[in-house]
Design a protein around this ligand. Structure first.
Ligand SMILES: *Cc1c(COP(=O)(O)O)cnc(C)c1O
Length: 350
């Protein structure tokens, strides 16, 4: 790995007790270019801007994909990253669908390790805070004309972030707009998926809600997922989550929580779940929990859902609720505070 360390670290100027979310970046970034049908040598360089042409292929035709993960430090000050090979493989599934080149493991994983090694001191030591890591790849040809770009840039950037304290969410089960359809790109972390979700999300936020729960594109009946989180329910002590399909993003948080639940002996179901079933379970008192699962928030509690003109309040959670018990356990695993029984962490010495 070619490493060009910064001559002017910004670390000393930061107030780690008042971190913005997502706008403060560490001293370095990983950059690798794809040119002449091959990935060129990756480099760690000082974080900074790129020059670009308005004809940049990514801007005009949207070949742009990303990933999201977090790092913590353990008591020895070593960086811990959680299941990064899952993100690596998912990014390459996104790449294939968007007609972009797959990234070799030595660039993604070794690049991540090199970045976390050189920027170890940027990983917040405060309780609950973490380093949010953003791998991103975009098309860099400078020409208009719809075709796959011949050149790409892959980067890994990282920002220290505070605990994602958030009030429990009020969500709307959306039946007019859709996020993804069968045969589309919903399973990919493709930039355009987030752009197309913004307008419908703005509309529900103007009415005082926080997030959308998308439904299927054909019948607007089956629950899909939220903006950047998978959806989970507990009905009658069974953990239920919409079964994966090409319209849903296969979350690492989702798969980890399902694995933990199964290990604990809980009944887990991955299947279609309709909004009507949710309303019915609410009516007969068997609906115990609804929550979101994703890297940024870990668990996002949901306190109310809106469906076809009615607000439905959810029961209060307690220390026995799966979202609390499972969520806390997953957090502790990521922070190295409980034994890594599933071998999920990769440790990177400072
Ligand atoms: C990133 C994302 C998730 C959550 O995935 P994690 O790997 O758990 O962070 C869920 N849904 C969408 C649409 C996402 O973009």
């Amino acid at each position: 790995m070619i490493v060009q360390p910064t001559a002017h670290s910004r670390l000393g100027e930061q107030d780690f007790n008042n971190l913005p979310f997502g706008s403060l970046f560490t001293d370095h970034m990983l950059v690798a270019n794809y040119e002449n049908n091959a990935w060129q040598a990756p480099q760690i360089v000082p974080f900074g801007r790129f020059e670009m042409s308005p004809s940049l292929s990514a801007l005009n035709y949207g070949q742009s994909i990303f990933e999201g993960m977090k790092a913590f430090v353990n008591e020895q000050g070593e960086a811990l990253t959680f299941r990064p090979h899952e993100n690596f493989e998912r990014m390459n599934r996104s790449a294939v669908r968007m007609c972009m080149p797959e990234i070799p493991e030595h660039i993604f994983i070794d690049g991540l390790k090199a970045l976390l090694k050189i920027d170890n001191k940027w990983i917040p030591r405060q309780e609950g805070a973490s380093l949010y890591i953003r791998p991103v790849m975009f098309a860099t040809d400078e020409a208009v004309g719809v075709k796959p770009s011949d050149s790409y840039k892959f980067c890994i950037i990282a920002c220290p972030v505070a605990t994602y304290f958030k009030e429990p969410l009020k969500v709307v089960i959306e039946q007019q707009y859709i996020r993804a359809a069968q045969g589309g790109v919903g399973f990919a972390k493709a930039a355009g998926n987030y752009a197309s979700a913004m307008y419908p999300t703005k509309l529900i936020q103007e009415k005082g809600y926080h997030q959308i729960i998308w439904t299927d594109a054909v019948e607007h009946k089956y629950l899909e997922e939220s903006g950047a989180m998978n959806l989970m329910l507990v009905i009658n002590n069974t953990l239920i989550t919409p079964v994966l399909s090409d319209s849903k993003l296969a979350g690492v948080t989702r798969s980890s929580l399902l694995h933990i639940a199964r290990t604990w002996g809980l009944t887990v179901e991955e299947r279609l779940i309709s909004a009507d079933e949710l309303v019915q379970a609410h009516a007969n008192g068997t609906l115990q929990e609804v929550f979101g699962a994703g890297t940024a928030a870990n668990i996002a509690a949901i306190k109310l859902f809106h469906y076809q003109g009615t607000d439905y309040e959810l029961p209060a959670v307690n220390s026995e609720s799966f979202q609390i018990k499972g969520g806390n356990y997953l957090n502790q695993l990521k922070q190295g505070k409980v034994p890594d029984v599933f071998n999920w962490n990769i440790t990177i010495p400072a």
